[in-house]
Design a protein around this ligand. Structure first.
Ligand SMILES: *[C@@H]1O[C@H](CO)[C@@H](O)[C@H](O)[C@H]1NC(C)=O
Ligand SMILES: *[C@@H]1O[C@H](CO)[C@@H](O)[C@H](O)[C@H]1NC(C)=O
Ligand SMILES: *[C@@H]1O[C@H](CO)[C@@H](O)[C@H](O)[C@H]1NC(C)=O
Ligand SMILES: *[C@@H]1O[C@H](CO)[C@@H](O)[C@H](O)[C@H]1NC(C)=O
Ligand SMILES: *[C@@H]1O[C@H](CO)[C@@H](O)[C@H](O)[C@H]1NC(C)=O
Ligand SMILES: *[C@@H]1O[C@H](CO)[C@@H](O)[C@H](O)[C@H]1NC(C)=O
Ligand SMILES: *[C@@H]1O[C@H](CO)[C@@H](O)[C@H](O)[C@H]1NC(C)=O
Length: 817
């Protein structure tokens, strides 16, 4: 199977966006700055058709920092897409203005009338009057007043962190200058951060994500004109207008410049690329109905691949929650930003070093000392020092006041200043061989206070029998208990994943009173989150074999990163002691089995709805299999695990059972975890299991969507009526397939769609996994983009005619109710 990395196109989403985008009423407003008619502080201009607003804004209303910028005007998010004076905020709004200067440039003047920012064009003829115009593309242009088509300067040549459709992000071959998307420093701070996206300044056709313009942490690969993709972004093949993708892409390599550009075909679509505060580049599309930006694509996939993601002295841990931590002797520099998932402020020392005049002896306990931190990937910017032993290496570091750490593995490295890009490798296993030990310089007080704590605990033990113990216990233990309490009740948030307390979930579920369902290893309860408009949630209590805390958190973190419109979203979790709970979004229409096999026939799904369900499941699985760095195999696809939302759109649930499969590791799962009746033969045979096992289960579910009943049914005479076998026989023999369709919907079923669904379902359940299509192919077939031939009848079906005990058991084992 060729893994489709990061599938971008999601036509359902696209469709959603089309359905929900409402045009807001147009505001009749001026869109132009004229000479002598400036934009004063507090005022704004709106583009002709109302799409964008140019004005003064204050991202952080707790400080007097004002910016001139452009933001969306017709969507509720009002995101800022461009900032003029991102490095030089103005403090006094009232007397500031954006005006046309005498030299024809557009200029931002502060209350002292001094220029804060300017378009700074040197080639404007003095006789030509100019104007500033905000266009409906989000482009602010400085143009000739007599003919605004003559553009002298435009904001599209000076993107900040957002790349709007129609703009170019490229390299000027004459001057060697490259355009850069540079992230905001914080969610409320537009000043430029270290993260940027740019076309390779050395002249190749690849886009690079860089930290401080020097450390490259992602590349798109070169442009391949033949395939019309960047070689390391194969998912671009899916972002094709013929797949319902409303954008066109082009890479232009001309004599004077090369650039990549994209255009939105539909005027109602609101979308952009953004260089995110946390170091990822994202392609986002606005879905008004959902009131949020939907992420179509982002890179790098794994947060830990972002260089210096955890900021100065922060330590990154793959698959952990949160992804960053501070080493001993350090604390989070800006805890609020950390809580929002922006770790780039990093960690600050608890106590200043003595060396360098930071502290006097008596304050921090004497000469600085070193703390050995094992299992870390060392920062790359170490300097080699000749040293014969670890002791020599340490002395080399002690001897220099700017030295903050050293490492000795036979050769000596020392680091100056902040430690950048530290990674915890303890969970990575030994195979990677990247871990080492680093000795971090700390103030002596960091060690003596730890020593003091130890002494205090001993002391408590000794006098516990006596009266004094009570006092001591109060003094020593109460703060510890309080601290512990506080720690457990603080919600940790990474991205959208919340670490709940048990009490939160007791409250949310009214002490687990409303049970939605139960499986072999879990019970699910309905609840609602108090803090978010009483959002309904499903709380899953895991029972039975419980994973260790660390592994559980690692897997939860991975699941939390999986986001797709056809996959149930994990909102948060609780894990402590032996309790493991997962909090998911709640689906009002319950699981698919109720609609297909439920007693109340009134709730049966139409053919059209079923076809969309089939397509949605396929898209969700395709994403699971191919989108992340690690392929996730669901292992338990069945109607019970497909949930339907209010609009009957399907979402695949319970990929908590799925096991992470590294792309290079052998794809072997050793335990059978799925449900009989939907299991691929390789589970039973005990051979290696791949994503094709999900394809098999999917095929079985697809047959049930067509027939409206469980695949296997016992006839009164004791023989088995196996629908997939019946359907395969009809397909191969050219019989009347429509006669096999669920009687409740036979009348309105589309003949071509039924044929297509049955053919692809039969391909999915082939015995040989290599004969089964990938989920990506299934999606294309159901979308009608690929023709599918008549499948062979799987050998195991043929055996059903002459059943051996083993095969009968396998296929007829009905799923537990
Ligand atoms: C700042 O904005 C927040 C959210 O929009 C609002 O709740 C708060 O009252 C504002 N504070 C001030 C000082 O305006
Ligand atoms: C205009 O450009 C010059 C040099 O290119 C630079 O020194 C100056 O700071 C710029 N002025 C503004 C207001 O950006
Ligand atoms: C305005 O400028 C454009 C581009 O230079 C030119 O094609 C067009 O003819 C001009 N229009 C008028 C009215 O002069
Ligand atoms: C390159 O040349 C084209 C065509 O002459 C022109 O439109 C474009 O602005 C030029 N680009 C640069 C960066 O000079
Ligand atoms: C990209 O193309 C350049 C030549 O234009 C080549 O030197 C470089 O190796 C290519 N990079 C990759 C990753 O293939
Ligand atoms: C960023 O790069 C510049 C130039 O390469 C270098 O002088 C500076 O120290 C770097 N900043 C950090 C924080 O490493
Ligand atoms: C020691 O560390 C340095 C720098 O991290 C590395 O280049 C070198 O290969 C290591 N040597 C051994 C023997 O592991």
């Amino acid at each position: 199977m060729v893994a489709n990395c990061g599938q971008v196109s999601s036509p359902v989403l696209v469709l959603l966006a089309f359905l929900f985008l409402h045009g807001a009423p147009l505001r009749a407003a001026d869109d132009t700055i004229f000479d002598g008619q400036p934009l004063y502080g507090g005022q704004s201009l709106v583009s002709k058709r109302g799409k964008f607003e140019l004005g003064f804004f204050q991202p952080d209303n707790s400080s007097q920092r004002w910016y001139v910028g452009i933001r969306y005007n017709q969507i509720s998010a009002r995101d800022i897409v461009w900032v003029a004076n991102r490095e030089a905020p103005i403090a006094n709004l009232e007397s500031s203005q954006l005006s046309i200067a005498r030299d024809g440039n557009m200029v931002l003047l502060d209350h002292r009338n001094s220029p804060i920012w300017s378009t700074n064009v040197t080639t404007i003829a003095s006789s030509v009057p100019t104007v500033g115009v905000i266009l409906d593309t989000g482009n602010l242009v400085l143009a000739e007043a007599s003919n605004t088509s003559v553009v002298l300067w435009q904001s599209f040549d000076h993107f900040t962190d957002t790349w709007l459709p129609g703009g170019k992000l490229g390299r000027n071959k004459l001057t060697g200058e490259v355009d850069r998307l540079v992230a905001w420093r914080g969610y409320k701070d537009p000043s430029p951060s270290m993260f940027s996206l740019e076309l390779d300044p050395r002249g190749t056709s690849q886009y690079l994500l860089n930290w401080n313009s020097s450390e490259q942490y992602w590349t798109s690969g070169n442009w391949s004109a033949a395939d019309h993709i960047f070689t390391d972004v194969p998912e671009m093949t899916l972002a094709d207008p013929s797949h319902g993708f409303p954008y066109t892409f082009s890479y232009v390599d001309a004599g004077n410049e090369s650039y990549f550009a994209y255009h939105v075909e539909d005027d109602a679509v609101v979308a952009h690329f953004r260089m995110d505060v946390a170091g990822q580049v994202k392609f986002l599309m606005w879905v008004e109905g959902a009131g949020e930006w939907q992420q179509f694509w982002s890179q790098p996939k794994a947060q830990c691949d972002i260089y210096a993601m955890c900021g100065p002295s922060g330590v990154g841990t793959e698959n952990a929650l949160p992804s960053c931590s501070c080493p001993r002797g350090f604390r989070r520099r800006r805890p609020l930003e950390w809580a929002q998932g922006d770790y780039t402020s990093g960690c600050a020392r608890n106590a200043a070093l003595q060396c360098g005049g930071g502290a006097r002896d008596d304050v921090n306990g004497g000469e600085d000392r070193f703390y050995a931190m094992a299992d870390v990937r060392l920062p790359s910017d170490g300097q080699s020092v000749v040293a014969a032993s670890a002791g020599d290496c340490e002395r080399a570091c002690v001897g220099s006041c700017s030295c903050t750490a050293y490492s000795y593995n036979g050769s000596c490295s020392v680091w100056q200043g902040d430690l950048i890009n530290l990674r915890d490798t303890s969970g990575m296993g030994t195979a990677t061989g990247v871990g080492g030990t680093i000795w971090i310089r700390l103030a002596a007080s960091e060690f003596s206070s730890a020593g003091r704590d130890r002494g205090r605990r001993l002391f408590v033990g000794l006098v516990a029998a006596g009266f004094a113990a009570a006092v001591t216990i109060i003094i020593v233990l109460v703060p510890i208990i309080v601290v512990t309490r506080r720690r457990t009740s603080r919600r940790v948030v990474e991205g959208s994943l919340v670490a709940f307390t048990y009490r939160d979930l007791q409250l949310a579920t009214k002490n687990f009173s409303e049970k939605l369902g139960a499986g072999a290893f879990s019970s699910v309860f309905k609840g609602s989150l108090a803090d978010d408009a009483a959002r309904p949630v499903a709380v899953k209590k895991l029972e039975g074999h419980l994973q260790g805390e660390k592994q559980f958190r690692a897997e939860v973190s991975t699941i939390g990163k999986v986001q797709h419109v056809n996959l149930i979203r994990l909102i948060g979790f609780y894990s402590e002691g032996t309790r493991r709970l997962l909090v998911y979004e709640h689906m009002s229409n319950g699981s698919l089995d109720r609609h297909l096999f439920g007693a109340t026939s009134s709730s049966h799904l139409s053919w059209e709805a079923r076809y969309q369900v089939a397509l949605g499941i396929a898209r969700g699985l395709d994403y699971l299999h191919g989108s992340c760095r690690d392929c996730i195999i669901h292992c338990d696809i069945k109607p019970e695990n497909i949930l339907l939302d209010g609009a009957l759109a399907p979402k695949v649930a319970d990929f908590g059972l799925a096991k992470l499969m590294g792309r290079d590791s052998s794809r072997v799962l050793t335990t059978v975890r799925g449900t009989a009746g939907y299991l691929a033969p390789e589970w039973v045979a005990g051979t290696a299991v791949t994503a094709k096992a999900d394809v098999f289960s999917y095929g079985m579910v697809l047959f049930e969507l067509v027939s409206g009943r469980r695949n296997a049914r016992q006839r009164p005479d004791g023989t088995v009526d196996f629908f997939p076998s019946t359907a395969a026989g009809l397909l191969v023999g050219g019989g009347d397939l429509m006669g096999a369709v669920d009687g409740r919907i036979r009348g309105d079923a589309d003949v071509a769609e039924v044929e297509r669904a049955c053919r692809i379902a039969c391909w999915c359940v082939q015995d040989d996994e290599r004969a089964r299509p990938s989920m990506g192919t299934v999606v294309q077939v159901l979308e009608g983009l690929l023709e599918v031939s008549v499948p062979p009848i799987p050998t195991s079906f043929k055996m059903l005619a002459n059943p051996s005990k083993k095969h009968l058991d396998f296929f007829t084992c009905l799923p537990s109710a």
